[in-house]
Write a protein that binds this ligand. Sequence first.
Ligand SMILES: *[C@@H]1O[C@H](CO)[C@@H](O)[C@H](O)[C@H]1NC(C)=O
Ligand SMILES: *[C@@H]1O[C@H](CO)[C@@H](O)[C@H](O)[C@H]1NC(C)=O
Ligand SMILES: *[C@@H]1O[C@H](CO)[C@@H](O)[C@H](O)[C@H]1NC(C)=O
Ligand SMILES: *[C@@H]1O[C@H](CO)[C@@H](O)[C@H](O)[C@H]1NC(C)=O
Ligand SMILES: *[C@@H]1O[C@H](CO)[C@@H](O)[C@H](O)[C@H]1NC(C)=O
Ligand SMILES: *[C@@H]1O[C@H](CO)[C@@H](O)[C@H](O)[C@H]1NC(C)=O
Ligand SMILES: *[C@@H]1O[C@H](CO)[C@@H](O)[C@H](O)[C@H]1NC(C)=O
Ligand SMILES: *[C@@H]1O[C@H](CO)[C@@H](O)[C@H](O)[C@H]1NC(C)=O
Ligand SMILES: *[C@@H]1O[C@H](CO)[C@@H](O)[C@H](O)[C@H]1NC(C)=O
Length: 587
Amino acid sequence: MAYSQSHICLLFISFLSFCQHPLANLHKTTTLFGSQLTSDPNTTTNPTTFFEVTKPIRLPKKTKPCSYLILQHDFGFTYGKPPVLGNYTPPFEKCPCQDYEKIVLVWRATCRAKQFDRIFGVWLGGVELLRSCTAEPTKTGIVWSVEKDVTRYYSLLMSNQTLAVYIGNVLDDTYTGVYHVKIYMHFYPKNEENGFGEIKMESLEDSYHSNADLIYPISRSLPLNDGLWFEIVNASNVESKEVVIPQNVYRAVLEVYVSFHENDEFWYGNYPNEYISASNLKGAQGNGPFREVVVALDDHIVGAVWPFPVVYTGGVNPLFWRPITGIGSFDLPSYDIEITPFLGMMLDGKSHKFGFSVTNALNVWYIDANLHLWLDKGSEKTEGKLLNYNLTPLQFYLASNFTGYDGSFHANVSRSIKSTGFVKSSHGTITTEWAQDFNYSNIMTSGNEGNMQIVKQNIHYNDNVNVKSPSSVFSFKSLKSFPFYFYMDIVDQVNGTYTSLSKLTLGFNEKKVKHSDSGASVSSLKNLQSAQGDMVVKGDLVVRGLGSTQQLYRYHGNEFCYFRNISSSNFTILYDKERYNCGLVAK
Ligand SMILES: *[C@@H]1O[C@H](CO)[C@@H](O)[C@H](O)[C@H]1NC(C)=O
Ligand SMILES: *[C@@H]1O[C@H](CO)[C@@H](O)[C@H](O)[C@H]1NC(C)=O
Ligand SMILES: *[C@@H]1O[C@H](CO)[C@@H](O)[C@H](O)[C@H]1NC(C)=O
Ligand SMILES: *[C@@H]1O[C@H](CO)[C@@H](O)[C@H](O)[C@H]1NC(C)=O
Ligand SMILES: *[C@@H]1O[C@H](CO)[C@@H](O)[C@H](O)[C@H]1NC(C)=O
Ligand SMILES: *[C@@H]1O[C@H](CO)[C@@H](O)[C@H](O)[C@H]1NC(C)=O
Ligand SMILES: *[C@@H]1O[C@H](CO)[C@@H](O)[C@H](O)[C@H]1NC(C)=O
Ligand SMILES: *[C@@H]1O[C@H](CO)[C@@H](O)[C@H](O)[C@H]1NC(C)=O
Ligand SMILES: *[C@@H]1O[C@H](CO)[C@@H](O)[C@H](O)[C@H]1NC(C)=O
């Protein structure tokens, strides 16, 4: 029984723990690859294209982009080595235009042969532009691309910078897959018909929706080995960086990038430590299933991130993600923290510290951030003050009813953070109120003598910014929810062979609401993936298996809509319906 009892945990460590520090796990884990599957399709012609379902980037009409390759590299044994560097130059010399409406980064990669999925990052001047996970290759080869709208990094993209790209890849006799990567930038000039050259007074509200004047990296500095992210290895680990900002900033936003690996790759399924020691469940990961990324300025908590549970391309059952990959896995979400109410603490021309920690963290979290700053063009010095600050401590409701290995845990956690501050600038006195409100619920059930696990989790994550100035009053809100369901059962264990049955539901929903004197606007995204399948595993190999995935993506915005209903099974797309017309979007 000891053998079977350890299986769930074994699965969490081995099959579910890719896209991470490879060396730490390479030798103690087994691996699942397309190349090892008997169901791997025998395509000898073109490599398979893997993709993440997302809405297309809206590009200006009638303009041709200025495009160029910013990096080409074959990532072989890169783990623990310095990032690959490049000299980035803005497009001025290559294209006549100097004013761009949209800037798109395109990552394009191919790989053939056995390889893990690997976490990677792309930084420009230390500012992170993309956090992503590679697709898992097959013996016949795969290709995938990630297109990201990077217009918000405009100011950075207009000057010479050092480009840094890090993938933690490992090569040995078995894992021979080299990632062949090309990164392009596409600069779409402003369309003259859209008002190019028009001189328009920008209102304060417009400036809140425009790109920052400066972006400072809150990441580790080059030269170094590994990625530029900080590594948070335990619950008491705080990583930080000092920064001095100009004295005429009137708005600041910290954009936080987060990814979780190794023992915390499946944090939402981690058991409480007490249960692990009481049941002697071998190999299980502990500290329970709740995690919060805490962001501090000079050791005061200014905001938090309750992360979306990204499942990487090797996660749960790798057959789910061929060719449709998990929500967010090719372009991990970043999270904005409004720093404006706290600007008064930072405008003294001195150095201030941004720190990151993760409640209950196990090794390892990769975290860094970009500080977006808006400068007051009408004055050389702004000043500010924090007026009000209210942080509710984490409120936990915990219950469990275990007998032996089997039973349930229930955890509900909530928190709200609210701050108000003013900044005096040439726009007058701007008062900003910033509120975050979080609810988390997780019900974890273990059965079948510890071989079956069900996790039902939801995170509600609301951000709210209210701005008052002498000339305008406006607000913007983001209401997010991340429903998550996971089921896995291990059956038929004979001679080191077993079958795993699994189901997964993953949702990313976000409603954005803007209110101003000129009215309200709403956009909403509902992105829901369900996957189910089985795999027969013997030793290191998936002997056979089947994964099926269905995804429904519904975006309804002011300017356009996008709907996609797609499904794949056994490497094949079953149906794929796409619509752009708002009127036709199903409720
Ligand atoms: C999956 O597709 C392969 C052909 O590519 C086929 O041989 C196999 O039977 C299919 N598996 C299932 C479970 O349908
Ligand atoms: C795969 O395709 C190649 C080339 O068409 C063929 O020679 C080979 O027999 C095929 N293998 C299988 C298992 O069908
Ligand atoms: C940017 O880099 C290019 C190419 O190396 C160089 O010609 C140019 O002078 C640099 N510009 C600045 C402002 O340093
Ligand atoms: C947590 O990690 C930090 C940084 O590596 C280390 O200094 C500290 O000893 C660790 N604390 C515990 C309790 O393991
Ligand atoms: C434990 O709690 C869960 C969820 O509340 C419930 O479904 C289950 O029946 C309970 N089990 C026992 C043995 O009480
Ligand atoms: C826990 O949260 C869920 C979902 O928000 C809610 O339905 C449930 O009533 C909460 N339970 C407790 C005991 O607070
Ligand atoms: C969290 O729950 C509380 C109490 O039920 C509710 O007032 C609040 O609106 C919820 N917040 C979110 C983000 O769902
Ligand atoms: C398990 O392996 C042994 C030795 O290879 C073999 O004799 C036996 O038949 C196998 N049992 C099953 C159920 O496959
Ligand atoms: C998605 O397509 C499937 C297959 O055609 C269909 O059964 C389902 O109703 C569609 N869902 C929506 C919301 O359109």
